[in-house]
Design a protein around this ligand. Structure first.
Ligand SMILES: Nc1ncnc2c1ncn2[C@@H]1O[C@H](COP(=O)(O)OP(=O)(O)O)[C@@H](O)[C@H]1O
Ligand SMILES: CC(C)(COP(=O)(O)O)[C@@H](O)C(=O)NCCC(=O)O
Length: 715
C-alpha cells in the first residue's frame, strides 16, 4: 500500500503545480463537511487513474496539455502527475530528475552483461483506441524479453519472485484523448508491443513439496522466460529457457527442473543474491524496514546515503551474517547452525506439530517458565542484581527439564515451543550483536522466513540486541523478510527492469484474497470477480462476521509471508498480535511523483500518520460514514445496473473488512497513513470494477464548466 503515485499533498512552492491542495492537511485543519471530503475523494479518484505513459520527448506536450485542461476545467484538476520516460544515460527532464541518473553502482558481483535499464522508453507513444480497456503503449525500442521468474530454493522453503505485465489499463478520459491527439497517434494501428509496467509477485512453497512448486510454475507458464503467453499464445514453449535460481536447491534440483519443465537453472550465488535483494528493498520499497520492540512496530525510510555499512542476518534454515558495505560489496562474517531449521526440526520432534505455523501458534499459548530455568529458580527467588540479572531472566533455556521426575509428555507442547523459540531467537540476536560490535556496525537487518512476521520472535531478537548493546545497536526487520535471495536472483537477469527504481515506482497493493474469520483462512483463495462477490454474499447470509480479507495467495502455496497471531504473549516481551502481510508490488516504472520536489526520495505523501490512534479513529469514522454515499456514487457511475449494485455491495463489505482489519492492527499492511488508506479504498473499488466512482459527478461538472456556470465552485 506504499508509494501512492502522486498523492494528496500538493505544495504551492512547486512550479507549475497550480492551485495548491494539501488535501489531507486541509481536511484535517477544517474538519471539512461531508461534501468537502467527497470532493477530495473524487479528486483522488481522478488522480489514481492509470497514468498515461509518455516518452521524455513528450513532457513538453504534456505540460501544454495540462494547461489546456486547466483552462477548460476546474482549477484543482489533478494534473500534477507528470510522467517521464527515461532514456539510457539520461538523467531526467529539464534537470527535474537530476538525482536519478542511470549510472549503475559498480562492483556488483552478480554477473550481468549490461547495466542499462530494461525498460527502454525512448520514442514511447500511446497507441490504440483510447476508448478501449487495454490501450497500448508503443515502445518501439523495447525488446520483448522481460524476465519473469527467479527462484531461491532453500533448505526449507522455495521462494518465487515473478513478474507479470499489467493487463487492465482502463482509459477513457478526456485528458488522455487530448494527449493522443497531440501525439498524432491513430486509432487504427493496433498494439504490437506490450503495455509497460507490471507486477512483482511473491510466493513460497515448502521445499519438500517441490512438485507443487513445479506445477504452479507450469500452470502459470512462468518458465517460458521471455515469452509472455498472454501476449504470444501461439508461441511454443521455449526449449532453451533459463531461470535464475539461487540457494542450495538450485544445484540439488537442477536436473528435476530440466526434466519436468525443460528449463535450465542458471545458478547465482546465495550471498550475492541476499545482499542484492536487501539493498534493492531498502532503496526501492517505501518503509520496507521497521523496528519491533515490546510489541511496538515503527517503520523507517532509510536514507540511501546513510545505509552502509549494515549487518544483514538471514535466518533461514541456518543463519548467515553478512557485513554489507555497498552494492555488491560485502563479506560473510559469521553464521550459526542454530536457526530456523533448528526451531522447526527440534520443535516438530518435541511437540509432534504437523506444520511450522502450528508450532508457532502453539508458542502463543505457552509459558516458558515451566521449562526454562530462571535466575530466580537458582537464587531462591532473588535477583542477581550485581551483574544485572533479574530473577525473571532466563538463566538456562530448558534448564528445568533436567528434573528426573518428568518426561517429555509431562511438559506442555505450548511451553516447549515457546521456550525453543525464545532460545533460538535470543541466541541469534546476541550473536548478531557481537558480530556488529566486531565491525562497529550499529544497524542490523534481519531477514529470512524464520521471522515470519511474528511479534514474539522479533521482540526477542530486538531485546537481545538492545540488551547486549546497551541500546547502542538497533535490530530492524524487513517486510519481505524471506524473499531477499529470490529478489536478488531476479535482479541478476541482464534485463530485470528493477535498476534504479525509486520508492514511488513500486506501489504495493492488497487485493481481496481469502477473507478469514477467527484468524483462519476459510476456503481457497478467491479467484475472479464473481467468486469474490459470491463469497461476500454467502458469508454475510450465513450471519458470520467478515473480519478481514487477506492478500491473495495462489492455491497450494504457503502464502505470502503474513502470519496471523491470535493472542498476545505475556511476560517481559509483549507481542502485539502482529501480522505483516506482503502484497503484490505494482511496477509503475515511468511514474514520477512531483518531479520538482527538492528531494523526491524523502518525500512523504502522508501528512497524517494514522499511528496516532485518535487520528485513526477519526478517519475510520469518516470513511465508514461516507461509505454508503460512495457506493451510491460508484453504482451510479456504472449506470445503476443490478450488476453494479451487486458489485457495490460487495465492495462495501470488502472495504469494511479492510478497515476492520486495520483498526485491529494498523500496521498490518505496512506503515499506514491517510493517503494509503484512500489508495486502498481506490484499489478496492477497482477490484470490483469501478473505474471511477466519481465519473458521473465529473461529467456533470464538465457540462457545467463548458456552459460557464460553475467556475467558482467552492464545495
Ligand atoms: N511454512 C513453513 N514451512 C517450513 N518452515 C517455515 C515455514 N514458514 C516459515 N518457516 C521457517 O523458515 C525457515 C526457512 O526460512 P528461509 O528463509 O526460507 O530459509 P531456507 O532458504 O533455508 O529455506 C524454516 O527453517 C522455518 O524456521
Ligand atoms: C548454508 C546456508 C548458507 C544455507 O542457507 P539457507 O538455506 O539456510 O538459507 C545457511 O544454512 C548457513 O549459513 N548456515 C550456517 C552455517 C554456519 O555458519 O555455521
Amino acid at each position: 500500500m506504499h508509494g501512492i503515485p502522486a498523492t494528496l499533498a500538493f505544495n504551492d512552492k512547486i512550479p507549475y503545480t497550480r492551485p495548491t491542495i494539501t488535501v489531507a492537511g486541509w481536511v484535517r485543519k477544517q474538519r471539512v463537511s461531508e461534501v468537502g471530503v467527497q470532493r477530495i475523494l473524487g479528486l483522488m479518484a481522478s488522480l489514481s487513474e492509470d497514468p498515461v505513459v509518455l516518452g521524455i520527448n513528450d513532457i513538453k506536450e504534456k505540460k501544454e496539455e495540462e494547461t489546456e485542461i486547466d483552462n477548460n476545467n476546474n482549477k484543482e484538476h489533478i494534473d500534477k502527475v507528470v510522467v517521464i520516460g527515461r532514456e539510457e544515460g539520461q538523467s531526467g527532464g529539464g534537470g527535474q530528475c537530476g538525482e536519478r541518473d542511470m549510472a549503475h553502482p559498480t562492483g556488483n558481483p552478480i554477473h550481468r552483461s549490461g547495466s542499462r535499464p530494461q525498460l527502454d522508453l525512448s520514442k514511447a507513444a500511446i497507441q490504440g483506441n483510447f476508448e478501449e480497456r487495454n490501450p497500448t503503449i508503443l515502445l518501439p525500442n523495447q525488446s520483448d524479453d522481460i524476465s519473469h521468474l527467479a527462484l531461491d530454493i532453500g533448505g526449507s522453503l522455495i521462494k518465487l519472485v515473478y513478474f507479470s505485465r499489467h493487463e487492465d489499463h482502463s482509459v477513457n478520459d478526456k485528458r488522455k484523448k487530448i494527449v493522443k491527439e497531440r501525439l498524432g497517434v491513430s486509432n487504427g494501428n493496433r498494439r504490437s508491443y506490450p503495455i509497460l509496467g507490471g507486477r512483482l509477485h511473491f510466493v513460497k512453497f515448502e521445499t519438500n513439496k517441490l512438485n507443487e512448486c513445479l506445477d504452479f510454475i507450469s500452470s502459470k507458464q512462468l518458465h517460458r522466460a521471455g515469452l509472455d503467453s498472454r501476449w504470444h499464445p501461439e508461441s511454443p514453449a521455449n526449449e532453451n529457457a533459463i531461470i535464475k535460481a539461487t540457494g542450495g536447491g538450485a544445484y540439488k534440483f537442477a536436473d528435476l527442473f530440466k526434466e519436468r519443465l525443460g528449463v535450465s537453472l542458471d545458478k547465482e550465488d546465495e550471498m550475492d543474491c541476499l545482499v542484492a535483494g536487501a539493498n534493492f528493498l531498502l532503496k526501492a520499497i517505501r518503509h520496507e524496514a521497521f523496528t519491533h520492540m515490546e510489541g511496538q512496530k515503527e517503520f523507517f525510510q532509510i536514507d540511501q546515503n546513510d545505509l552502509f555499512p549494515y549487518l544483514l542476518v538471514n535466518i533461514g534454515s541456518g543463519v548467515s551474517m553478512i557485513k554489507v558495505d555497498g552494492d555488491g560489496k560485502f563479506q560473510r562474517v559469521s553464521g550459526t547452525n542454530v536457526g530456523g531449521g533448528t526451531y522447526w526440526g527440534l520443535g516438530r520432534l518435541l511437540t509432534k506439530c504437523k506444520s511450522f505455523d502450528e508450532l508457532l501458534e502453539l508458542s502463543q499459548r505457552g509459558d516458558n517458565r515451566t521449562i526454562d530455568m530462571l535466575v530466580g529458580d537458582i537464587y531462591g527467588g532473588m535477583d542477581y542484581s550485581k551483574i544485572g540479572l533479574s530473577a525473571s531472566t532466563i538463566a538456562s533455556s530448558f534448564g528445568k527439564a533436567i528434573s528426573e521426575n518428568k518426561e517429555l509428555e509431562d511438559y506442555r507442547p505450548e511451553d516447549i515451543s515457546l521456550s525453543l523459540l525464545r532460545m533460538i531467537s535470543y541466541n541469534i540476536g546476541q550473536i548478531s550483536y557481537l558480530n556488529a560490535l566486531r565491525f562497529g556496525i550499529k544497524r542490523i537487518f534481519f531477514g529470512g522466513f524464520f521471522i515470519r512476521g511474528h511479534a514474539y520472535t522479533m521482540d526477542t531478537i530486538s531485546f537481545a540486541v538492545h540488551f547486549w548493546s546497551k541500546g547502542e545497536a538497533q535490530a530492524m526487520f524487513l517486510r519481505h523478510e524471506g524473499f531477499l535471495g529470490a529478489l536478488g536472483a531476479f535482479m541478476s537477469y541482464e534485463k530485470h527492469g528493477l535498476d534504479d527504481l525509486m520508492v514511488h515506482h513500486l506501489v504495493e497493493r492488497f487485493p481481496m484474497g481469502a477473507p478469514y474469520t477467527g484468524g483462519k483462512i476459510h476456503g481457497p483463495p478467491l479467484g475472479n470477480l464473481n467468486e469474490k462477490i459470491s463469497w461476500m454474499e454467502k458469508f454475510v447470509r450465513k450471519g458470520n462476521e467478515i473480519i478481514a480479507p487477506v492478500p491473495m495467495a495462489p492455491p497450494g502455496t504457503t502464502g505470502l509471508g503474513g502470519f496471523e497471531v491470535p493472542s498476545s504473549k505475556g511476560g517481559t516481551l509483549r507481542s502485539d498480535a502482529s501480522a505483516l502481510n506482503v502484497g503484490v508490488l505494482h511496477l509503475v516504472p515511468t511514474l514520477e511523483v512531483f518531479p520538482l520536489l527538492r528531494d523526491p526520495k524523502t518525500y512523504e505523501p502522508n501528512t497524517i500518520d494514522l499511528a496516532d490512534h485518535s487520528e485513526l479513529d477519526y478517519w475510520f469514522t469518516v470513511l465508514s460514514d461516507h461509505l454508503p454515499d460512495l457506493v451510491d456514487k460508484a453504482v451510479a457511475s456504472e449506470g445503476g445496473t443490478d450488476d453494479a449494485k451487486r458489485r457495490g455491495d460487495a465492495f462495501a463489505r470488502a472495504f469494511s473488512a479492510h478497515l476492520a482489519r486495520l483498526m485491529e492492527e494498523p500496521a498490518a499492511y505496512g506503515k499506514l497513513g491517510l493517503a494509503n488508506l484512500l489508495e486502498l479504498r481506490e484499489e478496492c473499488l477497482r477490484e470490483f470494477q469501478f473505474v471511477d466512482a466519481y465519473r458521473s459527478i465529473k461529467q456533470r461538472k464538465d457540462m457545467h464548466n463548458s456552459s460557464g456556470t460553475l467556475n467558482n465552485c467552492s464545495c
